[in-house]
Design a protein around this ligand. Sequence first.
Ligand code: GLP
Length: 255
Amino acid sequence: MSVQVLVASSVQDLGMAAADAVLDRLAARANPVLGIATGSSPLPLYEQLARRSRELPRLRGFALDEYLGLPPGHPQSYREVVRREVVEPLGLDPDDVQVPNGAAADPERAAADYEELIRAAGGIDVQILGIGGNGHLAFNEPGSALDSRTRVVELTASTREANARFFPSLGDVPAQALTQGLGTIREARSLILLASGSGKADAVAAALTGPVTPRVPASVLQLHPDVTVLLAGGSEAGLEPGSYTLVRETSASGH
Ligand code: GLP
């Protein structure tokens, strides 16, 4: 398996190690394309990239997914989340960052158009990922085909419950989303997944050490040639000690 697993001793160290991995890989590409994940796991990474924004090359970006049916400008739409948490802090040009159109009259068409935009950009160089407690990647829920493309999906009850913290009530969480498929994600040249907290331990262990199966969408990581998994806060608890590298950044590292 070509997955490199790093365990950081704090969430801040996790962000620093992830930023090093992202910046290294972006530097190797002309006109790099970054795949952007939402959720709380990548936030320490975005914080570090914002601090090191002078090191960032000019980037184009593609978000992984978007809720379907939220009105344009809704603060929890991923278009808005990506603007607040990534585009503005990292100083990206908003015109260079795409998010699937969750308000499209024809969402299947919007999904196909999104695939085409990624293709036209030359594909994604570095894809940032989180993992759902049920093993989902982006909004590819258990049962998603390992070669699926960007499409309309139904969210599971557990995903809607996990994301209800961002909405006034569970009933306000959209039931559907547009998501890059597992096949789309697998085409990115490098994958960098972050997970924090013991609530992710079972999903991480299943993804990295279990069978490659649609029941655990993140198990597709095992099929990819360049994957870095960064863990902190107990998300490594299901892995054999010795199967990962411990990373500890210090303030002397110059970041
Ligand atoms: C959402 C997103 C995923 C993300 C997951 C985990 O459902 N669509 O892309 O990985 O949540 O989120 P968190 O990092 O907040 O646990």
